[in-house]
Ligand binder design. Sequence first.
Ligand code: 13P
Length: 340
Amino acid sequence: MDIKELDTNAAAMVTRGKGILAADESTGTIKKRFDKIALESSFESRRTYRELLFTAPDAEKYISGVILYDETIRQQTADGRPFPQLLAARGILPGIKVDAGAKALAGFPGETVTEGLDGLRERLAEYRGLGARFAKWRAVIDVGAGIPTAASLAANAEALARYAALCQEATIVPIVEPEVLMDGDHGIERCEEVTDATLETVFDALFLHRVRLEGMVLKPNMVIAGKKSARQAGPEQVAEATVRCLLRRVPAAIPGIAFLSGGQSEAEATLHLSLMNRGRKLPWELSFSYGRALQQSTLDAWKGKPGNVAAAQRAFLRRARFNGLARDGSYEAAMEQAAA
Ligand code: 13P
């Protein structure tokens, strides 16, 4: 483990004015995204789409790192440049999703535990050789009647901590992602309660497993009402509840927190981040590691057509720039009306 490199890369991932692009959709998830633009998902269409994102002009101004999928980290541009090398040459850190997905937790109907620890040490060594400098592992916490249970929180936290320790051993910065889903009909108060309990359990496990806080990045959900809730919280309320919850649970030694977007619209995810960063003095950087909230308008502009690539790249840059502005609170909702 090279502690200096670990800490330097963790800090670079959450550097001011930039954030992370999550482009690590599994083959099943990217198919769902392509279905919406009536595009067939194939090895080549996935490669073409990722090339569009990774070669977007000026992306390095707002993007500090990109999370890749196993297939993607082995792919290349049409002119033969491996994606990790292309990104690194632009000053963008390549990362890799290493979990094997959330699987049903035996004995706990409706709950999951994320798998993928077996053989992880060897896979991390290979990914490092391919250029990965950080990794991601996502735990999924659903909210409902009687869930999450203490058992599922503990099982997921233990897996996250073991993953994080293995990453650091390999000088790979772990993104620790415990995602409390926003799919339910619960209000914002319940989301705060569950996020609070989740973060408490996760940090207990990280301490127990001797994970170095300076050499990791936390990727949490925002504290927000469930999508099916009749009582939607306003943007200021989301910002306030999220910051309050994080201040209570996240040690100041962590260099930064990079939110997932989790089903928020592009504009919502950007506004929430901007409000959190406006006029507050916080112990860590508050950044983004968005998947859908950085790609939705790009996919809509592209639709799989070669003639639309430049327009799609402009759409991507626009989202990246807006989120870059949100890093110091200077993004305003009214900017959405300005032409792309
Ligand atoms: P979303 O921003 O679409 O939630 O994706 C981020 C991510 O990496 C989820 O694991």
